[in-house]
Design a protein around this ligand. Structure first.
Ligand SMILES: Nc1ncnc2c1ncn2[C@@H]1O[C@H](COP(=O)(O)OP(=O)(O)OP(=O)(O)O)[C@@H](O)[C@H]1O
Ligand SMILES: [Mg+2]
Length: 446
């Protein structure tokens, strides 16, 4: 029986138990799993998810071993409206995310929510969960299962993170460099991109000269090979051990070639996204993009190419807080629309606001002003239909008002690193520990 026929046979407004029994197992099988690959009410370590699926191996059937789940599906009844933005939708996405981050979920790569009328596919890369498709109406459920299956057949190795805030000087370049360095030390393959051709700070900070038109060619010529634009940065520890990450450096041709209008003729919205496709699939675990402090062609393209956007800000700079809010409520939705129109995917989502250059102590009065300002930004977001709280206070839960922010402290070693042309996360243990903590909290398991 087709999925469409199964749905047609469900009673109108079918309750969760019906959908869960009749539709979801058939849907999971349409994704390429067998009955033996599916387990009902799987304990995730953060509560039971309705269905988990995993491949059976020589050690036994997944239904018996329940080892290394690969996919979670959380089902709701048709009486719950799962159209994007609806209350129930927000609730079930939160629920799925909780399960995907449960203690028993490290191996899980994909998550799905459905009530048989809507379905949405999510990817989990390390600890980062982002939507791969919009929440789709199931007018053609068999087609949707085919689409999800196609997406799940290609598991991209890399996660693309744009580091963006419209405000200048908040630590975008510093964050890009040090995350690249810290991830490298943690054994990850990293590509860092200087996508701020006006300043070229990333290359400068590493003591590397800008490229000579390679990036321009990469973005504007159809058959240009991205590998021609990639260079590497290497660091030698005192022990003699060498580590390094790859780089795409800016080039002056990108600013000298044309003005904003002219640039848009050569460099399309999707140019960077398309360029990175091949290396993202197989070569890198993380692609980090340093974005300029404006909302013009390069920043828009960088965000367009991203899976998630990390937003550095400063506790003492109101604009940087407001801009982070604006990125979530206005700028990202604009890019998401473009990605949906052109590629049918969901587009980039915000990760968190990273309070950079944070002092170890803030006076009570400044702290009060800052939290008040954040509350105002959250209020403004609410008026536009967005909940900004999780980005400013990720540890806040329904039962616990937790004002803890995500921070990288001010450190002389970080400020100094530019002059030494060496990422602080390579040459200072304490700096490395700070970035490592962020990485362990938000990007990587273990
Ligand atoms: N955690 C930190 N501790 C000490 N100094 C820092 C820290 N983060 C950034 N800085 C310093 O602050 C300055 C601005 O940082 P950075 O260049 O990374 O900001 P930016 O957002 O990329 O700026 P722009 O918008 O101009 O591109 C630099 O001199 C950098 O060394
Ligand atoms: Mg910068």
């Amino acid at each position: 029986m087709s999925l469409k026929e199964i749905i047609d046979q469900l009673p109108d407004g079918a309750e969760e138990a019906f959908v869960e029994r009749e539709f979801t197992p058939a849907f999971i099988q349409a994704l390429g799993f067998t009955k033996d690959d599916i387990f009902f009410q799987f304990p995730t370590g953060a509560g039971p998810v309705d269905h988990a699926a995993g491949k059976s191996t020589e050690n036994g059937r997944f239904i018996d071993t329940r080892r290394d789940p690969y996919l979670y599906v959380e089902t709701k009844g048709q009486d719950k409206d799962l159209a994007e933005g609806q209350k129930e939708y927000v609730k079930v996405v939160d629920q799925l995310k909780r399960y995907l981050l449960g203690d028993k979920s490290e191996s899980v790569q994909w998550g799905i929510i459905t009530n048989s009328l809507h379905a949405q596919l999510f990817r989990k890369h390390g600890k980062v969960i982002y939507p791969v498709t919009p929440c789709l109406e199931c007018s053609d459920p068999d087609g949707i299962a085919r689409k999800f299956r196609e997406r799940m057949n290609i598991v991209p190795r890399g996660l693309t993170i744009a580091i963006y805030n419209n405000k200048g000087g908040v630590g975008k370049t510093t964050t890009t460099i040090n995350l690249a360095a810290a991830l490298t030390v943690l054994g990850k393959r990293v590509l860092a991109i200087d996508f701020d051709p006006n300043q070229q700070d990333l290359g400068d900070a590493l003591g590397l000269p800008p490229s000579q038109g390679q990036m321009w060619r990469m973005l504007t010529e159809k058959n240009a090979d991205i590998c021609e634009s990639i260079t590497s940065y290497e660091y030698k520890f005192r022990s003699g051990e060498k580590v390094g990450f790859d780089l795409i450096l800016s080039d002056a041709k990108m600013v000298s070639e044309a003005d904003e209008v002219g640039l848009r003729q050569y460099v399309k919205d999707h140019s960077l996204l398309k360029t990175l496709e091949s290396v993202k699939q197989t070569k890198y675990d993380y692609i980090l993009i340093d974005v300029p402090p404006n909302w013009r062609v390069f920043s828009q393209q960088a965000v367009y190419a991203a899976d998630v956007v990390l937003m550095p800000a400063r506790h003492d700079n109101l604009h940087s807080l407001q801009n982070a809010g604006m990125a979530v409520t206005d700028l990202l939705p604009e890019i998401q629309k473009g990605r949906r129109r052109s590629f049918g995917d969901a587009g980039p989502i915000p990760l968190v606001v990273l309070f950079n250059s944070h002092p170890s102590k803030i006076s009570p009065s400044l702290s009060e002003i800052m939290h008040k300002a954040i509350e105002q930004v959250i209020k403004d977001g609410k008026k536009k239909g967005f909940n900004l709280r999780p980005y400013f206070y990720p540890k806040w839960t329904k039962g616990r008002r937790d004002f803890e922010m995500v921070k990288i402290r001010y450190m002389a070693n970080i400020a100094k690193a530019d002059f030494l042309h060496t990422p602080a996360a390579f040459c200072s243990k304490v700096a490395f520990q700070q970035y490592r903590k962020f990485i362990k909290d938000y990007l990587l398991w273990g």
